[in-house]
Design a binder for this molecule. Structure first.
Ligand SMILES: Cc1cc2nc3c(=O)[nH]c(=O)nc-3n(C[C@H](O)[C@H](O)[C@H](O)COP(=O)(O)O)c2cc1C
Length: 181
């Protein structure tokens, strides 16, 4: 089983990355035969989709001069993708959205592959606020369209970089998430 953690936060010392690392460590410690990888989206060059349609004529390659094709291939090779995003303006980060948009290049093919998707969204607002539900709904729609299984959704309230580390209950819950995968 291959697990791909996708960090959509530009803060490499931030809450989203820490939450994903904690989930990843839980998997590594309890499912030693599973392979776990992390992508920090902000560390890669991804240009916005320009809807040129070239990928639909050339077998699924993005023609822009960026890292889309390698990153989408990493997604294609994974069984479970866990998307982590800071909440930006009631939605996912622009960095994560750039990557999701590029799934379009191999959309049908990716949709023919059986995958699981999990979501971690970290915002400053309390988890009862609307943004977490909005992001969850978007991911559920994507899974429905792709025919993938939506396996979990974690909403976390934390603001300063790394603040989530002080939330003992949250960290323990994230460490146990491997049981749901
Ligand atoms: C541009 C921007 C927009 C934000 N919008 C929201 C928002 O709509 N709702 C919210 O709860 N938090 C919002 N936040 C706060 C971040 O989601 C929060 O600080 C989070 O911990 C960032 O995650 P990170 O530590 O992984 O970078 C925003 C932060 C930034 C920089």
């Amino acid at each position: 089983m291959k697990v791909l953690l996708v960090n959509g936060s530009p803060r490499l010392n931030g809450n989203t990355r820490l939450a994903l690392e904690t989930i990843g460590n839980g998997v590594r410690n309890n499912r030693p035969d599973w392979a776990v990888e992390m992508i920090d989206i902000a560390e890669h060059k991804i240009s916005g989709c320009i809807a040129c349609g070239s990928c639909k004529k050339n077998g699924g390659s993005c023609v822009l001069d960026d890292e889309t094709n390698d990153l989408v291939e990493q997604l294609a090779e994974t069984d479970l993708v866990i998307l982590g995003t800071p909440v930006y303006w009631w939605g996912v980060s622009a960095q994560l959205k750039l990557f999701i948009d590029k799934w379009f290049s191999r959309g049908k093919e990716l949709g023919s592959m059986h995958k699981k998707l999990g979501l971690v969204a970290v915002g400053a607002a309390p988890v009862t606020d609307r943004e977490y539900g909005l992001i969850e709904e978007q991911m559920k729609c994507i899974c429905e369209y792709m025919g993938w299984d939506f396996v979990f959704s974690e909403a976390i309230s934390a603001s300063g970089a790394g603040d989530v580390s002080a939330q003992t209950d949250t960290m323990e819950r994230l460490g146990r998430l491997y049981k749901m995968l």
